[in-house]
Design a protein around this ligand. Sequence first.
Ligand code: ADP
Ligand code: MG
Length: 582
Amino acid sequence: MSIKVLSQDMASKIAAGEVVERPASVVKELVENSLDASASVITVEVKGGGLELIRVTDNGHGIESGEMELAFQRFATSKIESLNDLEAISTLGFRGEALPSIAAVAHVTLTSRTPGGETGILIEFKHGEVVKKTVQGCPTGTSVTVRGLFQNVPARLKFLKSTGSEMSKIQAVVTHYAMAYPQVRFALIIEGSQVLLTQGNGVLRDVMAAVYDAGTAEAMLDVGTGTEAGSGNVSVSGLISPPSVTKSNRSHVAFFVNHRWVQSRLLGYAIEQAYHGFLMEKRYPVAVINLSLPYEEVDVNVHPTKAEVRFQKENQVFAVVQRAVRQVLTNLSPVPTIRTVETDKPFAASGSASRHVGAFWPTSLGAAQHSRQEADNRLQPSKGVQRETLKKTLPILRAIGQVQNTYIVAEGPDGLFLIDQHAAHERVLFEKIKADIGGKLLATQNLLEPVAVKLSPEQMETVKSLSTLLTQAGFDVEPFGADTYLIRGVPGLVRDESPADALLEILDFLNEGGGFQDWSERLAYSVACHSAIRAGKSLTQEEMNEMVRLLEECKHPQTCPHGRPTMIHLSSGQLEREFGRK
Ligand code: ADP
Ligand code: MG
């Protein structure tokens, strides 16, 4: 085939493919134009998954009658003038491509009136050509009607999903812009019925109530930064869900960079890290994260539909988001019981259990003293700060008994707690090991006879590269031939198990990762998992008391290191309701 220059019509249809991939992209471009025109009310109407009708109406500053044709020309924009402007883009649009692209693949009517205009003007395009331009009465603002989208591009039609799925993509676009602009009143009307209406009062929580429900909106926690060292010019604001509100996928986490909705693996990862340990596996939070940073520190011109952006200081942005979210979560008090002087009493009484402290710590660790020391500290009024942090974790519990040799039944100031003994012990050991790993506080239990263990090449790699960490965790191992290691000692915590099996399983876990990013966390978890008492083991009253107390001292007592709950709480209120007393 010889080389030919494409006709204007074909060229513009190809170019349109970049911007107008599907009906939701039309909605996105039109809504962005309305926002760039400083509209405070934006109404989106859709029929037939957007293929039949898309209409976006705003009360923005409108388009001058004389510039209407120009608005539909490629690379015609009022938003930037020079290359310099590209360095610091503050508007959502800037390429001047949307209107011509949409007009190339649909039948478009635009009516607009500027605040100074005596009357509105209507302009109509078919196949990219003006077919009508007349005077038309209308309020200040712009309304763009798009019909018969992709009728003339059958190839594109073929690749569209079902009407329902296109509709949900459109809905996502509108709800996200509503979150990014709480001061704008958004309405979304699908097939004639209103599915979203925001108040436009500038309150993000109210937008969340409109998008989700009042309960979710109320439960959301404010996140915000600004002044921390190392944040540079980056600041974060928004709302995040507490660990009690979760979703089954990631799509409820939204990022906005200078009010632009963006997809970002970097930011997604920052959130995941921040929630690490707070959520069960395969559960995801709801979050609206607004980042604001100088326009010149973010490149928005790297993606055809501007859905992704590039940060100049990626690490900083990551750290700021992660820290801000983590901060809110760690400040949280999921068990909202305030420890008062009176509720301290049962603890003082249970102090008698300290005679038996150590049941869950091998004596080699010297944990008996350690725990007693902590217990004493807790009772001293001068340790105000420590008491304060304890308040945020667990109320004082009194172990009553054991169910199925697996769950500890405990009474607290507000009802009943069922504690999973293995999960709870895992949490206790995990925090302990994590804290001690660097400080070489983890004791080694020397073996009477060294044990030789054959390793796979992968396991050899792991032992070699993590030898320092393994030593810190209490392992004493040395190479013994090409594929064998000698175990001379194991962490004092690892009990009732063959040293070889413990080492092999821990090495395998380290390789798999198990959802932990950090090597020392992985190691802490695998040692904790190995050492924790199992379900099915019968516990004495003293052992139960001690477990409960150790758990009370944890930073995150409510979940095991993997995010599964360590306990279930039945409040006094719930009990009263269940028994019909209230
Ligand atoms: P861009 O947004 O990249 O500038 P568009 O093709 O989307 O390009 O729009 C072209 C121009 O038309 C804009 O620069 C703006 O001046 C004008 N325009 C489009 N939509 C509106 C609107 N809703 N209100 C006011 N002006 C608009
Ligand atoms: Mg635009």
